[in-house]
Design a protein around this ligand. Structure first.
Ligand code: DGL
Length: 271
């Protein structure tokens, strides 16, 4: 048993897709979330900058003495997982490997779609992980740089003409390729799930990387006897590097509970 919190981070609010599932699977765990809302998006930045930001994010979370770190960000997972694992003595989990397992399980025809940020797609990390699990799988990947700003601005609901048009443009070649599974390779994208699902059609399985990662983390903590093992509900705290109001409003809608009292602003450049 280990009562210490789990540290979770993302460049913004996308990582809440992992938090929601972590909280559902392990309600007794304390969670500390950091969303780097002052520097989002990470996905168009260089590898060096992403690694520098990710090191600061982890350093902040480590000030809470967490038992594990969850990189609830496709961009950081695809770019910096190995670096962060090497530099930290506690388990560090990313979203790529759990998503690759889910895709390998979900595809029947061996054609998988992948959407993510520029940095995630450039890394080739998802393709390598899928190839290792299911050799010969054809992956059609598409970078979608406009999707994160849309989500961060609350433009993700069906009927939003801009979101629908942008999603349609990005996904046209992926639908054309005849995929039967699509990895939403960025933790922001599940918020666009309804729009993406309507465009791709009901026969395409949508893989939510944050949720897959949460299941993976729960399994690994069980295996390592690292669960908190207490009967009462854990505390969830949220930290951001920019205005707390916008984050709290969207996070409360998304998590289905008012979290505004638990959101604080920090200066990430001090870490
Ligand atoms: N949620 C992040 C990801 O999964 C967003 C990336 C970004 O900040 O550009 O990739």
């Amino acid at each position: 048993m280990d009562p210490r919190p789990i540290g979770v981070f993302d460049s913004g609010l996308g990582g809440l897709t992992a938090v929601r599932e972590l909280a559902r699977l392990m309600p007794e765990e304390d969670l500390v979330y950091f969303g780097d809302t002052g520097r989002v998006p990470y996905g168009g930045r260089s590898r060096d900058t992403i690694i520098r930001y990710a090191r600061q994010d982890v350093a902040f979370l480590r000030s809470f003495d967490p038992k594990a770190i969850v990189i609830a960000c496709g961009t950081v997972s695809a770019t910096a997982l190995d670096v962060l694992q090497r530099e930290n003595s506690i388990p560090v989990f990313g979203v790529v490997e759990p998503a690759a397992h889910a895709a390998a399980r979900a595809t029947g025809n061996g054609r998988v779609g992948l959407i993510g940020t520029k940095a995630s797609i450039r890394s080739g990390a998802y393709e390598r992980a899928i190839e290792a699990l299911r050799p010969g799988t054809e992956v059609t990947a598409k970078a979608c740089p406009l999707l994160v700003p849309l989500v961060e601005n609350g433009r993700f609901r069906p009927g939003d003409p801009v979101a629908e048009q942008v999603v349609g443009e990005y996904l046209a070649p992926v639908r054309e390729a005849g995929v039967d599974a699509l990895i939403l390779g960025c933790t922001h994208y599940p918020l666009l799930r309804d729009i993406v699902g309507a465009y791709m059609g009901p026969s395409v399985s949508l893989i939510d990387v944050g949720a897959q990662c949460a299941h993976w983390v729960a399994e690994q903590l069980d295996r390592g006897s690292l669960r908190a093992g207490r009967p009462d509900a854990g505390r969830r705290r949220y930290f951001v590097s920019d205005s707390t109001e916008d984050f709290a409003a969207l996070a409360s809608i998304f998590l289905g509970e008012d979290v505004s009292a638990e959101v604080e602003r920090i200066d990430i450049t001090q870490y």
